[in-house]
Design a protein around this ligand. Structure first.
Ligand code: PEP
Ligand code: MN
Length: 344
């Protein structure tokens, strides 16, 4: 249940509403949604919030409540019913959601200025609207290359200056968020951090778009609850990213469950992008999965591209060359009109 509050409501009036909710065993969490003050009503035991009619009537008699949205899910701010329109995240050259298809491409990790510049120019020419590249890298081995850190962020910012492409890059810890958001346009939360709730709260407090990757062991419900953490902080600019889950299968790095695309489109207003690179771990499979994700109704793709995948410091085996990427984008563009999507 969501209570939409009048702009003129006082803090005493909000406290009064919270007290009444508490008397009935509910809690009211204040935040903002569509630039309006709201209280998310939650039953602390079940997470859901079915307020019965008599409590609703009591609340309606109080000053300051404009509307009660009778939504009873554990992710009320993320669920489809809260909005009539689907969300569209717009930042610089990147437009994702509500009919807009965004393609974010670039190397797994920022290695040098030349590597990033070359890639940025090539992917832009091919149709990408965002540039990705890790400066802070979450590596499985502590001995593997950990990224160029701030120097990497500076290179990405320079590539934006040169090409106008929106920059998407990862923050690994709450402490890194201020520095990363100084340079980046979209903050990526990686699969390993998808349930790092303090980090989710931190990006919930900023006012920049967040690309949230699905944890590779998270259920759809857990994925949406992670997104709810960010929206609960008042940041509604969340892009969901399916990047493959762990299964018993080994011929691909992870398993890409394409059915999640229409299921998420049914359950949430947030845009959904697919990362076929990490999902398959194989450059030869990436184009087919990118096209399939487009046909299944994704709002965008996140794809690893490298000037010379064989020499990449990270994830070369799943990175596309410039020409492979260009071919894939052309195929995706052929499919887009059928699913009412277009790159803007
Ligand atoms: C990445 O996109 O660079 C990355 C590390 O992805 P994931 O968190 O999905 O493994
Ligand atoms: Mn990678």
């Amino acid at each position: 249940m969501i209570l939409f509050l009048a702009p003129t409501i006082s803090s005493t009036q909000i406290s009064r509403i919270q007290d009444i909710l508490q008397e009935h065993g509910f809690s009211g969490h204040p935040t903002e949604f569509d630039e309006q003050s709201v209280l998310v009503v939650v039953d602390p035991k079940s997470g859901c919030s079915p307020l019965d009619r008599s409590i609703q009537n009591t609340l309606f008699d109080l000053p300051g409540i404009l509307k009660i949205a009778p939504i009873a899910t554990s992710y009320p701010l993320v669920c489809r019913q809260i909005r009539t329109e689907r969300s569209c995240i717009k930042t610089g050259s990147l437009n994702i959601g509500n009919g807009h298809f965004g393609i974010i491409a670039g190397p797994c990790t920022v290695e040098s200025e030349q590597q990033v510049m070359e890639t940025a120019i090539a992917v832009k020419k091919a149709g990408a609207t965002g540039l990705r590249g890790g400066a802070f890298k979450p590596r499985t081995s502590p001995y593997a290359f950990q990224g160029l850190k701030e120097k990497g962020l500076q290179i990405l910012a320079k590539a934006r200056e040169e090409t106008g492409l929106t920059i998407v890059t990862e923050a690994l810890t709450p402490e890194e968020v201020p520095l990363v958001s100084e340079y980046a346009d979209v903050i990526q939360i990686g699969t390993r951090n998808a349930q790092n709730y303090r980090l989710l709260e931190t990006v919930g407090r900023i006012r920049k778009p967040v690309l949230l990757k699905r944890g590779f062991s998270c259920t759809l419900e857990e994925f949406l609850m992670s997104a709810e953490y960010i929206l609960a902080g008042g940041n509604q600019q969340v892009i969901l990213c399916e990047r493959g889950i762990r299964t018993f299968e080994t011929y691909t790095r992870f398993t890409l469950p394409l059915a999640i695309i229409p299921e998420l489109q049914f359950k949430t207003h947030l845009p959904v992008v697919v990362d076929p690179s990490h999902a398959t771990g194989r450059g030869d499979l990436v184009p087919a999965m990118g096209v399939a994700a487009t046909a299944a109704g994704a709002d965008g793709l996140l794809v690893e591209v490298h000037p010379n995948p064989k020499s990449a410091l990270c994830d070369g085996q799943q990175s596309l060359t410039f020409s492979e990427f260009e071919e894939m984008v052309q195929l995706c563009q052929a499919v887009m009109p059928i699913v009412q999507r277009k790159i803007k």
